[in-house]
Design a protein around this ligand. Structure first.
Ligand SMILES: [Zn+2]
Length: 550
């Protein structure tokens, strides 16, 4: 038995078999009933949605003469009269089809139009079907326009196109236009199910939905996917069963796992681990550009799941991927997700343009991983630039505490600098007064007791020479009151219940606490301004200024 591909075998030959185009059928039906049939039709829609099939059904509807040879144009062509039969078999001499994609020139159109003046041989109407009509050259369109302006009564044009916008408005205005819609998911799945049943093949319902999703509303694509799925399935006990698993493998929606893993590594703020993941995927044969695109798609999915948890029920997701998307959507905040989206989107262009896409991808990965350590703009505003470099990673760290704690930024302060600045912020106000382990603690205690003036003196005009519990040695600015050390010692003793001494010295000592804070802020601003994310903010907001808000 000759095998015919499903798309051809089940190509609709009448409007009853044409699914999902109710508006078109209704409008055309009215036109036929009232005898107001347009001279030219324009069928638009995505590829595979059924434009040329519809054009042929229209040709039949207009030319059917009924089983008795007496009928007029009808929305239900009989299928048995000579016109119906010959059109279905693509051999009616009065139905002329042309593919404008391969005949774009004015010469081709002139040749075609020359035949317009001859009466149809056997049909009621001579019908010109021009596919991909937007491909015609301007002069070809002009030649066509002359005919469309005064079409002979025995001629009808049916144009089909995927890009109606490219058709001159002078042509558009002379056509009755039908926008063929993508076939809705459920309708397409049902259609596939019906055809499978006719072929005596069992397909799991979820597999049908998967195919319908992948076909994106195109009947032709859906049928050819079903064809492939059947071809890959071996019949057992005389019965063919197409499984969901087989279809998922076939259309390649099997493994989002690697993509989710990459996203997790990116957002855990660990560039080394993220790069390793990229290299592993690359070695396994993944294309750098596809990796970014997949990550972008996954980000979109996670975001959708965050907004509407039902989005996780997407049938193209495996159970494992579904769980992963749900867990990521719960862990990641919306600002983090939108930032990730933007960086990946920008990265696609970079990876595409780069002479070495893998290098570009690695740079992108490093940038995203660093950005994951930054607070989001809202967090930054809340907490001030001061806390930015210490911001925690956006994901709970994987078991690599070492990498998590050390800021991988080469500009980061050395360990000893950090001790003063980043990793030891001033103790919070609520801390018990007794833990006075540094000069900062002492100054903070004065702030706590609302000794504002003395706190200011301590932070601005005192230079620490040495600090030991209960004994502080300071160089004082000359402007300070002579009894300042005694006042400080008295209050410290009173508050702590321990006997504190404050000595003075002529030694230079450390910079004042205030100077240290200033230096730290400058350094952080400097670091922040060198950060790629801040750089990208500047790109988007030219003239923006980086300021410390604390
Ligand atoms: Zn007929």
């Amino acid at each position: 038995m000759e095998y015919r591909v499903l798309a051809r075998k089940y190509r609709p030959t009448n409007f009853d078999d044409l699914i999902g185009q109710d508006v078109l059928v209704q409008t055309l039906s009215n036109a036929i009933k009232t005898g107001r049939i347009a001279h030219a039709f324009l069928l638009t829609g995505i590829r595979g949605v059924g434009k040329t099939t519809t054009a042929r059904i229209i040709a039949r509807a207009l030319n059917c003469i009924g089983p008795d040879g007496q009928g007029g144009p009808t929305i239900s062509p009989c299928g048995v009269c000579p016109n119906c039969k010959m059109i279905a078999e693509d051999r009616h001499v009065d139905i002329l089809e042309m593919d404008a994609a391969s005949h774009t020139g004015v010469g081709d159109i002139r040749e075609l139009i020359d035949t317009v003046r001859y009466l149809p041989t056997s049909a009621r109407y001579k019908i010109y079907i021009i596919d991909e009509v937007h491909m015609l050259s301007n002069s070809a369109f002009n030649a066509l326009l002359k005919t469309l302006e005064e079409p002979p009564p025995h001629v009808k044009f049916i144009f089909a196109t995927t890009e109606a916008r490219k058709i001159p408005v002078t042509i558009l205005s002379r056509c009755q236009r039908f926008d063929l819609k993508r076939i809705e998911l459920e309708m397409l799945a049902t259609h596939l199910g019906n055809i499978a049943a006719k072929e005596n093949i069992d397909v799991e319902p979820e597999a049908l939905t998967l195919i319908a999703v992948a076909a994106e509303g195109s009947v032709r694509d859906a049928l050819s996917l079903l064809d492939q799925a059947i071809a890959r399935t071996e019949a057992a006990d005389g019965k063919t069963l197409v499984t969901t698993t087989a279809v998922r493998t076939m259309i390649g929606s099997a493994d989002k796992t690697a993509t989710f893993r990459l996203i997790e590594k990116l957002l855990s703020g660990d560039p080394a681990a993220a790069i390793e993941e990229v290299q592993a995927q690359y070695n396994a044969g993944s294309d750098p550009l596809l990796m970014v695109q997949d990550a972008l798609e996954a980000t979109h999915l996670i975001t959708r799941v965050k907004i509407a948890p039902a989005a996780a029920n997407d049938v193209s997701l495996s159970e494992n991927d579904r769980t992963r998307a749900q867990s990521l959507s719960a862990q990641l905040s919306m600002p983090v997700l939108t930032r990730l989206w933007q960086m990946l989107l920008k990265g696609i262009t970079e990876v595409r343009m780069a002479p070495q896409p893998l290098s570009a991808l690695e740079m992108l990965v490093v940038r995203v991983a660093y950005a994951a350590q930054l607070p989001t703009p809202a967090e930054a505003i809340k907490s001030g630039v001061e806390s930015a470099p210490a911001a925690k990673p956006l994901m709970p760290p994987p078991p690599m505490p070492q990498a998590m704690q050390s800021a991988p930024d080469p500009m980061a302060p050395s360990a000893s600098e950090k001790k003063i600045s980043v990793s030891q912020p001033p103790p919070p106000v609520s801390k018990p007064a007794l833990s006075l382990n540094s000069f900062e603690d002492v100054a903070a205690l004065f702030e706590q007791h609302r000794e504002g003036l003395k706190h200011t003196y301590l932070t601005h005009d005192c230079y620490l020479v040495s600090f030991a519990p209960q004994e502080i040695t300071l160089r004082l600015a000359p402007s300070l009151p002579r009894d300042f050390p005694a006042q400080i010692a008295g209050l410290l003793t009173e508050w702590s219940g321990q006997n504190w001494k404050v000595l003075t010295s002529e030694e230079q000592g450390s910079p004042s606490l205030h100077e240290q804070t200033q230096a730290r802020k400058e350094k952080q601003l400097q670091q922040a301004s060198e950060h790629p994310l801040v750089g990208s903010v500047f790109e988007q907001f030219p003239g923006a200024k980086l300021v410390s808000v604390s």
